[in-house]
Design a protein around this ligand. Structure first.
Ligand SMILES: Cc1cc2nc3c(=O)[nH]c(=O)nc-3n(C[C@H](O)[C@H](O)[C@H](O)COP(=O)(O)OP(=O)(O)OC[C@H]3O[C@@H](n4cnc5c(N)ncnc54)[C@H](O)[C@@H]3O)c2cc1C
Length: 244
């Protein structure tokens, strides 16, 4: 039933990662914030409490945490000539719903984009020539650079307590990290996860480090004190759909 709330300074529509981060930043500035979430309310306990949340039928098969396409969906087309049709059954692309949105069931991997990904059109043109792209390709450069966003990646990693080993700090390659990553201003706030063993020489050469939000050690830090973060107030739990 409709109810009337006291007037607020800001109303957020949707409460996933984006809404939550915006909400805390605005509230810290002294604004009154209200978040409207279309999905169900949920909290760590009881919703993600063991053993309820490893129910494979409910979550892995019936997509209990995802928005049903019958309620809301997106349309997809493979070329500009095609009529866009609604996505009717959930597959790889899954829409989050409920308090926390897709952040409650993400895989918890947190690689930074490469520098070239922000200027992909320019990069591909320089490397392979403009002719490699067909006319209907919608590939573009972003209006911002990796360097402009770097301080924000650094802050997010400290807020969320990301575990990993840096491979490139301010241009200096660091042993044990990913030597191909873009330059970072600082190390990860949490130590790397225990080594994963890959079989075969080519596999070993392909994997340099695993960057994950899954805490590698106990964690207690918060949004307010990310700099002190030896860990975070956010933890990733296994979701049966991805086997993580
Ligand atoms: C299975 C899965 C695994 C993933 N793994 C990773 C990963 O390992 N690493 C990574 O970086 N990213 C991963 N992602 C992506 C990441 O989770 C999302 O990019 C991120 O959570 C999006 O956050 P958001 O707040 O922008 O959107 P959402 O989480 O989608 O939040 C939007 C919220 O708005 C609500 N909403 C929508 N419309 C309305 C409306 N009209 N009124 C009210 N509420 C509304 C929705 O219910 C939802 O809760 C994964 C995503 C999925 C689905």
């Amino acid at each position: 039933m409709a109810r009337t709330e006291k007037k607020k300074d800001v109303v957020l529509v949707g409460f996933g990662w984006t809404g939550a981060i915006m909400g805390i930043e605005l509230a810290n500035e002294g604004l009154e914030v209200l978040a409207l979430e279309r999905g169900h309310d949920q909290d760590t306990v009881p919703n993600f409490q063991y053993p309820n949340m490893i129910d494979e039928l409910k979550y892995g098969i019936r997509y209990g945490m995802m928005e049903k396409p019958a309620n809301t969906t997106v349309t997809i087309r493979r070329s500009l000539d095609e009529e866009a049709l609604p996505y009717r059954s959930l597959g790889t692309f899954l829409l989050g719903t409920g308090v926390g949105g897709a952040g409650t069931h993400w895989n918890g991997l947190n690689w930074r984009p490469m520098q070239s990904e922000y200027r992909l059109k320019s990069y591909v043109t320089e490397k392979f020539g403009a002719g490699v792209m067909t006319e209907d390709m919608t590939i573009q450069d972003y209006p911002m650079t990796y360097e402009e966003l770097e301080p924000h990646f650094d802050r997010f990693e400290k807020v969320a307590g990301i575990s990993g080993t840096a491979g490139n700090i301010n241009g200096k390659i660091v042993e044990g990290g990913n030597p191909f990553e873009a330059p970072r201003s600082d190390e990860y706030p949490m130590p790397a996860m225990a080594a994963i063993s890959f079989s075969g020489e080519s596999a070993r050469n392909s994997f340099h480090s695993v960057i994950s939000i899954t805490a590698s050690a106990p964690c207690t830090a918060s949004m307010a004190e990310p700099a002190k973060c030896s860990s975070a107030g956010i933890t990733c739990r296994a979701w049966p759909g991805c086997g993580s």
